[in-house]
Write a protein that binds this ligand. Structure first.
Ligand code: CTP
Length: 404
């Protein structure tokens, strides 16, 4: 009946009882098989930080796939294997999903590409990871349950509030870690350790070799944490924008980003446009990130919209005449980029507009369905936007007076 280590108490406190029991069961099976098994990655960090996290990753110093098969035989559930990576996803009988991984090291053929994976031991597995705070493991064998394995002083960096890479080539091997470093620094209110900061600066240009999908994915994670504003700022300090786009972010880009954020834009591509829009070469620069049809359509529509002259006193109906066919989201982005209040107002109004008359109302008024219909409805929208018609009755009166 030994005294429990503090970390053990935290595990108990933070995990739901069924996950806790599952870890015990996994540990027991690992003991039977004489295999070392560990919890690994973000969840260990979050135990120490007492932050909720039930994203359970397990590594075994053995064949992860075989071990997952054994687990499903003994406890039930299904196993899906990914032979190439030596990993398996075990779905437990109660529907929880756990990744079981073989300890591994990774080799990079060239920077920015996915690594090649080879089996190895725990220390090597941890060493290939991004930051010290993410490179701790917690043993779950019954005999050593709750023992913290911390080869790289992750605990100390938690105390010091530092994001620190594990080896000098880390950012070169995986440049997306520069963005991850920023994301974790902001999430936990930590600083990049000094050498890490300088190595990030040195490795900035490697981000050019990262595929646009991966780059935008990392930016997406920043946005999801509500960290886009401090994130863009810190990435600017590191020199990422300078290196990628020859861009020094100034107040007006930050203001643009804030406007997008206030409208809850979620798409990282839109934020990238907000950064670049005032640059002469923005269309050229954004090209490599415009992968999906939606993104390409956005760029095209922005180009078209920019061709129109928009006086600040333009009426909403005039705006409707020009922009009725444009996608609302694209139009809103344009309005925010050029800071056009009237256009912004038009989009918001158009979004919330309840048509005064429907097609059925027109039929009731004796108008035959046909091409005229959409013309009438369009005119009605214009009048409604300019607040020249406010009620259904006014709309019907207008309809009767105007000879269609
Ligand atoms: N990892 C890494 N390099 C990356 C991505 C991930 O070394 N480019 C490692 C880290 O050890 C990380 C683990 O893989 O802890 C799991 O990755 P992920 O789920 O992205 O990170 P978490 O730390 O779990 O982050 P979060 O709290 O955002 O889920």
């Amino acid at each position: 009946n030994h005294e429990e280590e503090p970390v053990l108490q935290t595990i108990k406190k933070q995990l739901s009882p069924d996950i806790y029991k599952l870890l015990i069961d996994i540990g027991t099976l690992a003991d039977e098989q004489q295999i070392s098994a560990f919890l690994i990655g973000g969840v260990v960090r979050d135990f120490l930080l007492e932050r909720p996290n039930e994203d359970i990753d397990i590594v075994v110093e053995d064949d992860g796939i075989l071990f997952a098969d054994l687990l499903s035989k003994k406890i039930g559930g299904d196993v899906k294997t990914h032979e190439k990576f030596g990993t398996a996803t075990w779905t437990t009988p109660s529907g929880l999903k756990l990744d079981i991984v073989t300890c591994r090291t990774e080799y990079y053929d060239s920077p920015g590409t996915l690594p090649i994976v080879r089996p190895s031991n725990l220390r090597e597995d941890l060493r290939r990871r991004d930051f010290t705070i993410n490179a701790m493991a917690l043993q779950i064998n019954r005999t050593h349950f709750g023992t913290l394995i911390d080869f790289f002083q992750g605990q100390e960096d938690i105390k010091k509030k530092k994001i620190r890479i594990l080896h000098t080539l880390s950012f070169i091997e995986d440049p997306t870690r520069i963005i991850r470093a920023v994301r974790f620094a902001i999430r936990f209110n930590y600083k990049l350790a000094e050498q890490t900061y300088h190595l990030a600066i040195d490795a900035c240009s490697m981000l050019k070799q990262v595929s646009s999908t991966r780059f935008l994915h990392e930016m997406d994670l920043l946005i999801k944490e509500n960290s886009i504003i401090p994130g863009v700022q810190l990435l600017n300090d590191i020199g990422v924008w300078k290196s990628l786009f020859d861009l020094q972010v100034k107040e007006h880009q930050m203001a643009s980003i804030k406007r997008l954020e206030s409208y809850h834009f979620q798409d990282p591509f839109s934020y990238l446009i907000a950064l670049l829009y005032k640059q002469k070469a923005w269309k050229h620069q954004i090209k490599r990130y415009a992968i999906t049809t939606k993104q390409q359509q956005l760029v095209k529509q922005l180009e078209e919209m920019a061709k129109t002259v928009l006086p600040s006193n333009i009426t909403l109906s005039e705006l409707h005449l020009r922009f009725a066919t444009f996608k609302e989201e694209n139009l809103l982005l344009f309005a925010l980029l050029i800071q056009h209040k009237k256009l912004e107002q038009y989009i918001v109004k158009r979004q919330n507009l309840n048509p005064l008359l429907t097609g059925e109302d027109l039929i009731e008024q004796g108008i035959k369905p046909g091409p005229k219909f959409s013309e009438i409805l369009h005119q009605l929208t214009c009048l409604q936007l300019d607040q020249k018609l406010l009620t259904k009755k006014e709309a019907i009166d207008w309809l009767l007076q105007t000879k269609f």
